[in-house]
Design a protein. Structure first.
Length: 422
């Protein structure tokens, strides 16, 4: 929900974009509200991503949609990332949407940035307000030979670029093979960047992308080179999703990995999600993209054209990244992936015990279940039953005042004096 075009790195899959442009709040929210109305009528849930540093209009649009449609199937997720990194994360979530429930799509918006190295090379940090900077760094911006590396993922930090310590000062190194995405508004200033960061990361492929429209607004300058380093391993996305543990929301039943629930705001401290749980009635969809989301345990999903999809293991790197990279498994090998079953699911025998010592299995199986004879078989032998006192349903008798004998004249007789003695 911002003017952040797609990188095209995930292939044909892409998140649905809303530039949020218009003269007033209503005009900027109209396109998203219309989109949410269509998806809500189709029974799909929506995950709306918007940048944390430009969140006012997006929050109002989400509130308008939730209020006008009277539904809590719209989750607004704030992501504090640079435009290039946010664009990539949105497309990756749209790619994962058919394989995970909507609550996990919302949780992955915070998990996927932990597996990226995203930031920018900056000539100056004097206008940078989205990341923490120090007074010394602001003063160093006036030196002619000083430049900086600002990171927004996996953690927010700004450091001075030193070529001798470049390899040891990297805050994170993605799993090999690594791809590097870059964009800059001025290609003539990339010499310092090209001589340092790619040498430290050692990517197998580097792509130059068009500049993001909001890049200068995020970095506070036009002298920057924005980059995202990500792992191109065929199991990279499955590994990131498998790092999450899901539980059911105690209010709406959605599989979520954080409290409160991103949809209803309820407590998400329910039982762990298991592979044998029934699928929810409505299907779900990633709000930011046109791809539909599968049901809770990855049965058939609903595509935008109404045809059924049968999600299985995550596709190989040839489908996810457009072309097979060095070190990636060739397509069609049939290699098993962690996504054959839900990575956050556990079988009944592996379910954690409850407080009373019983297994957390959903219920007895067919071999041990009592036959349905239609008669009440009574309580189990040897088990103490609670005592229930009989209930008297008769109406209570009215309380009548005591009768006082009267004198022959019709006046009440005075009470006799009482005598007290020790």
């Amino acid at each position: 929900m911002a003017d952040i075009p797609s990188t095209g790195h995930v292939g044909e899959t892409g998140a649905r974009r809303f530039a949020m442009t218009g003269d007033d709040v209503g005009a900027r929210s109209a396109a998203f509200v219309a989109f949410a109305r269509e998806e809500a009528r189709a029974g799909r849930k929506i995950v709306a991503l918007y940048p944390a540093w430009r969140a006012t209009d997006a929050r109002k649009a989400v509130d308008f949609a939730r209020g006008s449609l009277r539904t809590d199937h719209i989750a607004g997720i704030s992501v504090d990332l640079s435009p290039l990194a946010l664009s990539l994360i949105a497309d990756q979530l749209a790619f994962l949407a058919p394989y995970v429930p909507p609550g996990m799509v919302a949780a992955l918006s915070a998990e996927l940035p932990k597996h990226l190295l995203a930031g920018a090379w900056l000539r100056t940090v004097s206008g940078l307000s989205t990341l923490p900077t120090s007074l010394g760094q602001h003063m160093g911006s006036y030196a002619p030979t000083v430049s900086f590396l600002a990171y927004c993922a996996p953690s927010a930090q700004v450091s001075r670029l030193r070529a001798s310590d470049m390899i040891t000062e990297l805050p994170f190194r993605p799993v090999q093979p690594v791809q590097l995405l870059c964009s800059t508004p001025d290609p003539s200033i990339t010499r310092v960047f090209d001589e340092n960061l790619p040498q430290a990361i050692q990517p197998v492929a580097t792509r130059s992308l068009p500049v993001q429209p909001l890049g200068s607004a995020y970095w506070g300058t036009t002298k920057y080179v924005e980059f995202v380093a990500l792992s191109a391993h065929p199991q990279a996305l499955a590994y990131a999703a498998g790092a999450l543990s899901a539980s059911e929301c105690t209010w709406c039943g959605e599989s979520v990995a954080a409290t409160p629930c991103p949809f209803c705001g309820g407590d998400a401290s329910g039982p762990p999600v298991r592979a044998d749980h029934p699928a929810p009635a409505p299907t779900a969809r990633n709000a930011t993209g046109p791809r539909s989301v599968g049901e809770r345990t990855a049965p058939a999903a609903v595509a935008p054209n109404g045809q059924g999809l049968t999600p299985g293991p995550l596709p190989s790197s040839e489908t996810a990244f457009g072309a097979r990279l060095p070190g990636a498994a060739p397509p069609g090998t049939g290699a098993a992936t962690p996504w054959t079953s839900s990575p956050w699911s556990a079988s009944a025998r592996d379910a954690p015990p409850r407080n009373d010592g019983r297994s957390a299995a959903p219920g007895p199986d067919a071999s041990t279940a009592a036959p349905a004879t239609g008669r009440h078989t009574g309580p189990a032998r040897g088990r103490r039953q609670p005592f229930a006192a009989p209930v008297d349903h008769r109406a209570p008798e009215p309380v009548r005042p005591p009768e006082v004998p009267a004198d022959p004249d019709g006046l009440p007789r005075p009470e006799s004096p009482r005598t007290y003695s020790r």
